[in-house]
Ligand binder design. Structure first.
Ligand code: ATP
Ligand code: MG
Length: 194
């Protein structure tokens, strides 16, 4: 059966909070960073302060593909749905956090273009953490994961992705999530509202 993009977008959208929290000034915060560098944790901290809609690739994947294959085709569909959903939300004036590894500049370019075409304020945030911290977080994920942590990434996946990571081609904030996040959250919100 052919993939129905509108239906997939609607299925994800109806499960997300804050989709009606719109403003005259749409904002798109694009997170990027290796597995377990704290993207999803940071996204949740941002939502405590402002009603962002979190468009998380892991959530979109598991909503559409309950038993994910992580194939190239599946990932392509997940990204298409994320982009179409973000376009719909930004057009309506929502504030969006895009929570994905976004390691390739080719993928990020689509997001830069989307922010431009929807006249949304784009804030790019790269999360980093020392390898020892990442390793510890991934070990913990195996035995006692946080209830809202839905990622399947492992240390082997981290190591593989680390060699694929490309430099971010636009001005961005770099947040080390092994420290206190309070100041980082305030900084991101200040930049988002400038
Ligand atoms: N600043 C932090 N303080 C305390 N714990 C954190 C922090 N950042 C992340 N963690 C913990 O580390 C684990 C991995 O973080 P998180 O899920 O946010 O990473 P991620 O970048 O979203 O990874 P993935 O790409 O695999 O989704 C989680 O269990 C989370 O609770
Ligand atoms: Mg995550």
């Amino acid at each position: 059966m052919a993939f129905d993009l509108d239906q997939a977008v609607a299925k994800v959208e109806e499960r997300l909070p804050n989709t009606d929290e719109t403003t005259a000034w749409p904002v798109l915060i694009m997170l990027c960073g290796l597995p377990a560098t704290g993207k999803s944790y940071l996204a949740r901290r941002l939502v405590e302060q402002m009603p962002f809609v979190i468009v998380e690739t892991d959530f979109v994947r598991k909503t559409l593909f309950p038993t994910p294959a992580y194939s190239a085709q599946e990932s392509g569909l997940v990204h298409r749905v994320c982009h179409a959903l973000m376009e719909k939300l930004l057009r309506r004036g929502a504030r969006v956090v895009f929570d994905a590894t976004n390691l390739a500049e080719l993928h990020r370019e689509k997001v830069y273009r989307l922010a431009r075409s929807e006249a949304a304020k784009l804030v790019i945030v790269q999360t980093v953490a020392p390898e020892a911290v990442v390793r510890e977080r991934l070990e913990k994920r195996k035995v006692a994961r946080d209830s809202d942590d839905i990622s399947d990434a492992t240390w082997a996946i981290y190591k593989r992705m680390a060699s694929d990571q490309q430099p971010v081609g636009h001005p961005h904030l770099i947040i080390d999530t092994s420290g206190d996040l309070g100041e980082a959250v305030n900084k991101i919100l200040r930049v988002a509202q400038k």
